[in-house]
Design a protein around this ligand. Structure first.
Ligand code: IVH
Length: 673
């Protein structure tokens, strides 16, 4: 028997109040936002079905949590509201139907869709154009005065209009926005913390919140906080915008940072629903976290007249993306050994659904990270999955420890070959010390056959393991000595499959030298560096004899890679491997790359998004063949940004810098002109 609705409501209220306090007051949540939303939703549902159970102190009856007590308090000029959540398109359609009933028949509505930034809401007051006060949302009526802290945010205009020739501002203007941290900045901040032996921050949202709510503004000034504004909470004077779309433009005109380039106007709900599809892949390309989209009735008078339910205005809805962070039990750890011998620990989890996918394993990065975050076996851990990125363990929920959790230590011997584990100087990682470790061999063969290296089709991990386990190959060069009879007695191999594999291996005998150099797996030498090295030392013989000094003179080649190359050839086994490959019929084909034309000479391109015909690699190659350069980031040197579908933040950066944005077909035109 489950609990009665009354008992469950009491329990939910307690839980929600506790987590509210942890989140808003302590800045130290122990469950994810989505789990909180689930609890809240369940309570709303019970109270809706059993109105008699609603109590005045229910968390559904108030706006936010109490503000933290040590900062001065401020009364907001109007309630700083929250948003009701929609979790599906059906929820949005139901919302439209609900509000439709409150509007005169046949009222048409248009909407604005904005990203829902996962940050901290702030309220900014300007008197006669001067920033006089900034506050957190607090409980929605009373917030905390964080004016000096907000002043340290560089994108916050201290005076409006920011451009002296801009439009005159209202006498008194109160604007609402969100303070957040970009992912790049967040990672950089954590790198510094790790270097200083400080525990890393858990996520950008709480870091932003903690950074702003400091009594000492100089701490805030050191944190990379960003601002985006989206609402006029209060305005005095005439000529205030009448629609949300105009609000975004009005605020932009005054010099406020606004997410205009990520917002859109939709003529009807149908268009909104279509637009949601566009966002699904796009959200992962942003360099800041959003937890959904906000859909707002564009006409502000209609929106205001719709009123408020509890703390949620009827005129807007949050559309939440599926959860991307969950908590679950860490059952045990496993260890992968890579081709260089590096140990990569991963978590074995109690299966949990994260963002629509069941996750049983997640990476634990390395043992240093495990130690710093103090992750233990048996812990409840936060697991995160975003986009195509492999799920990873964010950290433990220390509050939920029972006391029996076991610390995780690096092993003393390799879990595959039992050779001693060693650590290299100035490196975080632990390594298997045995160059003949069978697991390392499997991984290096997998790398050898991969597309970017020797590209041997049909040779997956399973076959590689079979060949190593049956002791048919002991080195990548043995691939070129395989005979059909070797394959035929392997499980799953018939005549045809064996022929196909041998043909694929044969085809790889004629790959250009840069592929072979990549396949050798020298530390730091991927496709690009391999091609660069061969430009200066066009044969393997030259590369084998080259000095560290000569390598360091290659522009763009760092000292670490230079010494890795020298060290590689110092090992006899590597030189012997080349001989064995040569004898096995592997041709060492020189790379010949004649530029097709110099039409793009002197031009630097940045590529973003998915192009209609070319892959990114193909586009880069095409540009380079015609004398152009391709760079990874937009800078003062960028001449064009080549953008396809679902472009990333590079597009916005290009817009900001006024760099021309071109499509694939314009690129083709440039080549033909
Ligand atoms: S509008 C009446 N717009 O989401 C206006 N909120 O879950 C209500 N948020 O407390 C808010 N981005 O802190 C609005 N573009 C956006 C937003 C946004 C983030 C936050 C805001 C709010 C929370 C509600």
């Amino acid at each position: 028997m489950g609990k009665s609705p009354a008992d469950r409501a009491v329990e939910l209220r307690e839980l929600i109040n506790y987590h509210n306090y942890r989140y808003h007051v302590l800045d130290a949540p122990v469950i994810t936002d989505d789990e909180y939303d689930d609890l809240y939703r369940e309570l709303v549902q019970i109270e809706r079905e059993h109105p008699a159970l609603v109590t005045p102190d229910s968390p559904t009856q108030r706006v936010g949590a109490e503000p933290r007590s040590d900062l001065p308090k401020v009364q907001h000029p109007a309630p700083v509201l929250s948003l009701a959540n929609a979790f599906s398109k059906e929820d949005l359609v139901a919302w439209r139907t609900r509000i439709g009933k409150l509007l005169p028949e046949r009222t048409t509505l248009d909407y604005v869709v904005e990203p829902k930034l996962d940050g901290l809401s702030v309220v900014l007051t300007y008197e006669r154009g001067v920033f006089t006060m900034g506050a957190t949302r607090g409980n929605g009526e009373i917030g905390e005065d964080v004016t000096p802290n907000l002043r340290t945010i560089k994108s916050l205009p201290l005076r409006i209009p920011a451009d002296p020739d801009g439009p005159p501002p209202p006498e008194r203007l109160v604007v609402r926005g969100e303070v957040f941290i970009r992912l790049d900045d967040f990672y950089r901040l954590n790198e510094t913390r790790l270097k200083n032996d400080d525990p890393p921050y858990v996520n950008p949202r709480n870091t932003a919140s903690g950074s702003l709510r400091q009594l000492d503004a100089s701490i805030t000034a050191d944190r990379p906080l960003q601002l985006a504004c989206y609402q006029i909470l209060y305005g005095e004077g005439d000529a205030l915008p009448a629609t949300q779309w105009d609000v975004l433009h009005f605020l932009t005109g005054l010099g406020f940072p606004v997410m205009l380039c990520h917002s859109t106007h939709c003529d009807d709900l149908e268009a909104v629903l279509d637009y949601l599809e566009v966002w699904e892949p796009k959200r992962h390309e942003l360099d800041f976290e959003i937890d959904g989209l906000v859909i707002k009735v564009n006409n502000l008078q209609i929106s205001n007249n719709l009123g408020v339910v509890g703390k949620d205005p009827r005129g807007a809805m949050a559309f939440k993306f599926p959860a991307e962070e969950r908590t679950t039990q860490l059952l045990d750890i496993g260890i992968n050994v890579g081709r260089t011998g590096v140990l990569a620990p991963y978590a074995l989890l109690n299966p949990v659904e994260v963002g629509g996918v069941t996750v049983k394993q997640a990476t634990l990065h390395n043992f240093e990270d495990i130690q710093l975050k103090d992750i233990r076996i048996g812990d409840t851990v936060i697991v995160k999955r975003s986009g195509e990125v492999i799920p990873y363990v964010v950290g433990p929920v220390v509050d939920l420890r029972a006391g029996e959790e076991k610390p995780i230590l690096p092993p003393e011997t390799c879990p595959y070959c039992h050779a001693p584990i060693v650590r290299k100087e100035r490196e975080i990682a632990y390594y298997c010390s045995n160059p003949d470790c069978p697991e390392r061999l499997v991984r290096s063969i997998e790398y050898w056959v991969s597309r970017r290296a020797m590209d041997i089709e049909g040779m997956g991990e399973r076959i590689v393991r079979q060949l190593v386990e049956e002791a048919i190959i002991h080195d990548v060069a043995d691939l070129y000595y395989l005979e059909k009879s070797d394959l035929l007695h392997l499980e799953g191999f018939g005549d045809k499959k064996a022929d196909n594999l041998l043909a694929a291996i044969d085809a790889s005998r004629h790959r250009p030298l840069d592929r072979l150099l990549t396949a050798l797996g020298i530390k730091g030498v991927g496709n690009t560096v391999a091609a660069l090295l061969l430009e200066y030392f066009p044969s393997l013989e030259m590369l084998m004899e080259v000095s560290q000094e000569a390598l360091e003179n290659v522009p763009g080649l760092g000292p670490h890679t230079a010494s890795a190359v020298v060290a590689f050839w110092e090992e006899d086994r590597n030189r012997r491997r080349i001989e064995k490959l040569r004898a096995g019929g592997v041709e060492l084909v020189p790379v010949e790359k004649q530029p097709a034309s110099d039409r793009l000479a002197g031009l630097t391109f940045v590529i973003t998004g998915t192009l209609p015909n070319l892959s990114r690699d193909e586009a880069s190659e095409l540009i380079e063949q015609h004398g152009g350069k391709v760079s990874g980031s937009v800078s003062g040197k960028t001449d064009y940004v080549l953008a396809g579908e679902n472009p990333g933040s590079k597009l916005a950066q290009a817009q900001q810098r006024g760099v021309p944005i071109i499509s694939e077909s314009t690129l083709f035109n440039l080549l033909e002109s």
